[in-house]
Design a binder for this molecule. Structure first.
Ligand code: GRF
Length: 201
């Protein structure tokens, strides 16, 4: 399966996918055909370049309206003919044009156990709330924020000494493994979404 990955930052989830493709070869079932970002100068783009994967940048400020940015992003992704799009730390909310083109085949990873703690500060919010267990979620993207059908989750215990950075790093260790597993299974085995339920044969 042809996969386009969208990033906004360090891209360690992207790196895990690139490594899985390099190590798994055709048996993994997916290849990263392009990496897109909403900003320049991030490590995620450098990781793609080092792997010889084409990149593109689609910045909101380069467009007169958000809808035009959304359509441009959809076009930039479509140019690479993806079977699956993976949002791995992509920090923008996509709109109707993008979802019309890629809804139902765009996967997002979130560092909390959705529906708890959605949004841009899931790790910080879990810590602040005082939960004992948080984790990560891989889900299909829908029109909401971190609200689409859930594919996989894994719990991560919060420790007394945790601050946001330490906890997020421990979550990301799990998240990278979960994302690599999910992308491989979706690519190899296919899937069916029925309402909020995701079925992978
Ligand atoms: C991940 O935890 C992702 O869930 C969150 O931001 C982080 C991105 O990390 N949205 P990286 O850029 O993949 O290292």
């Amino acid at each position: 399966a042809r996969v386009v990955v969208l990033v906004s930052g360090s891209g360690t989830n992207l790196q895990a996918l690139l490594d899985a493709v390099a190590e798994g070869g055709a048996a993994y079932g997916a290849e990263v055909v392009a990496v897109g970002a909403d900003r320049d100068g991030i490590e995620g783009l450098r990781r793609a370049e080092r792997a010889g994967v084409p990149t593109f940048v689609c910045r909101v400020r380069d467009f007169a309206t958000r809808a035009e940015w959304d359509a441009a992003l959809a076009g930039a992704v479509a140019a690479h003919r993806p079977d699956l799009v993976v949002s791995a730390g992509f920090m923008k909310i996509v709109g109707t044009a993008f979802l019309a083109a890629f809804g139902g085949r765009t996967v997002n990873t979130h560092p909390a156990l959705l529906p708890s703690f959605p949004g841009a500060h899931g790790v910080r919010d879990a810590l602040a709330h005082g939960v004992r267990v948080t984790g990560c979620t891989v889900h299909f993207m829908d029109a909401g924020v971190d609200s689409g059908p859930i594919i996989a989750q894994e719990a991560v215990a919060i420790r007394e000494a945790d601050d946001e950075a330490a906890l997020h790093e421990r979550i990301k260790d799990v998240e990278r493994r979960l994302l690599v597993d999910v992308v491989g299974r979706l690519a190899r085995d296919g899937y069916r979404i029925e309402g909020r339920k995701v079925h992978i044969p």
